[in-house]
Design a protein around this ligand. Sequence first.
Ligand code: GLA
Length: 566
Amino acid sequence: MADLKNSPLGVFLRKNKICPICTAKKLAASTQIHLNGADKFSNGTALTPPMGWASWNLFRNRINETLIEDIAKAMRDSGLADCGYTYVNVDDCWMSSTRDANGRLQGDLATFPSGIKALVEKVNALGLKLGIYTSNGTLTCEDLPSSLYHERTDAETFAEWGVEYFKYDFCHNIPIPTNAPEISTVTLTKPGTSEGITLYAEDAELRGNAMLLTDPKMADTGRYVTGLEAGGGSMYFSNIDIPEDGNYALTLGLHKAGLKDKYLEIVINDTNVYSLIEPGTKGFSHDGRNQITVTLKKGLNSFKFHNPVASRMDSAAKQYRNMGKELQRATKLVAEKEGREEKPICFSICEWGWNKPWIWGHTAGNLWRTTPDIKPNWISIIGIYEATVRLYKHAGPGNWNDPDMLEVGNGNLTDDENKAHFSLWCMLAAPLILGNDLRQFILPDGSIDKDNKVLKIVSNKAAIAINQDKLGIQCRKVKTNGLCDVLVKPLENNEIAICFLNKGPIEMEISCNMQDIVKESFAILPRSYKYEVYDIWDDKEFEIRDSLSSKVAPHSVKLYRIKADD
Ligand code: GLA
């Protein structure tokens, strides 16, 4: 990039203080994952970034079972399956607007008349896996039935169908309220009797913001506990003697107030968590009740009441974790019931980066969208790349940043832009989910269209190997002048990939000094007298000593695999 520095463009950038040259030292930090107290989500899938195809980017709502089957056949016949593409993902609009008589989702009765189970079987018979989609909301983004409040039923349905990938969107989401109910009594009764134990607010142990208030308009003592909201306070009863093991009705006597919905978690014996929503009230009475069934053990039991949800991020994390757990439960259950091997479901979180899913996503699922939707144009691709490249710390085997499905082959992207888009997603260790029409790769006589430029890109095994490298380390930007970036991704066997990216509209010379790359703590390339370089898109090998440099066309990349010459 020495040339840029003294070029009119370089002078302009410096004068205007636009993105001065920086090194990766600013970015260098460990690749360690933040657990934030919650367990890492791990189901044995996505140990390398998932690869497949999804219907949304090109077909939107114009999908049906024949199209999906034809795409699956094309994935196999074009050789893409042999390159590692496995998942055939049906995005929004596969479902009927009506659940079936048992409250289960069903395929659209006209466009998916054979049902999703039959489609799974057809796709499996081709050696591929089927993926499906709903939203973490009351409806999908296209306003069809969705899984919020139906998590258990839907997870079991998908597992029974044999689905192996699940994308969970965020449209029509209803966040968990941060408010909490105000509790006056807790009554525990055995089902079938009205006799039981009543615990009173004034006898509870209160922590944090929790405090006792009185409302004379309430029945009984009028005492109730408030301040349990937003992780600020909690209320405890310990050493409550229960006569026998079993299910009990837990009835909360509540002080009714306010129009807003409220959320409460009840933690029994420090392990079993139950939750409920108390609706906002327009009612006449000052006292109300809310009831759930809980399992208690004979002897002493403890009860904690609180609402730990303090933010939209807490809410999203909790809702996605809940679905992730239901999927894991469901696939185990179905495997046991049917006496077959478990088919774990790769869980794709799609909340568009709104609630920083890179912080909690690895406790909820296998991948999380980092941004709003991609479009088949350069500005969209580069914007998403910039937002995702800085999140390198959060990606690793089993849990990935997802910069969205590929647009390679869609819109008016040029051959260079398609290559650059694909290369960036490979460097980012991003899921490689194609979004174009794979049927175009097969000629009318059934043979593969070997000259198809898009097929050549998405089936480039050397590029894919960078993406699928077992170390699972996302690239880092080690050098930039705002228009040109140098990216480095460590690979197995002490090798690295280097990508020169020219985002701008004119050809640029990009270079990097090998000593600088070797010095980067994360880049595991040994110091050497010379290095062997493979230029992936030009399919050429050469040697370098001190530096690597190349002219890079506008909206284009150079992609290299490099090893020390021993
Ligand atoms: C959202 C998602 C997209 C796609 C559509 C479907 O916009 O981000 O990827 O799934 O919904 O409606």
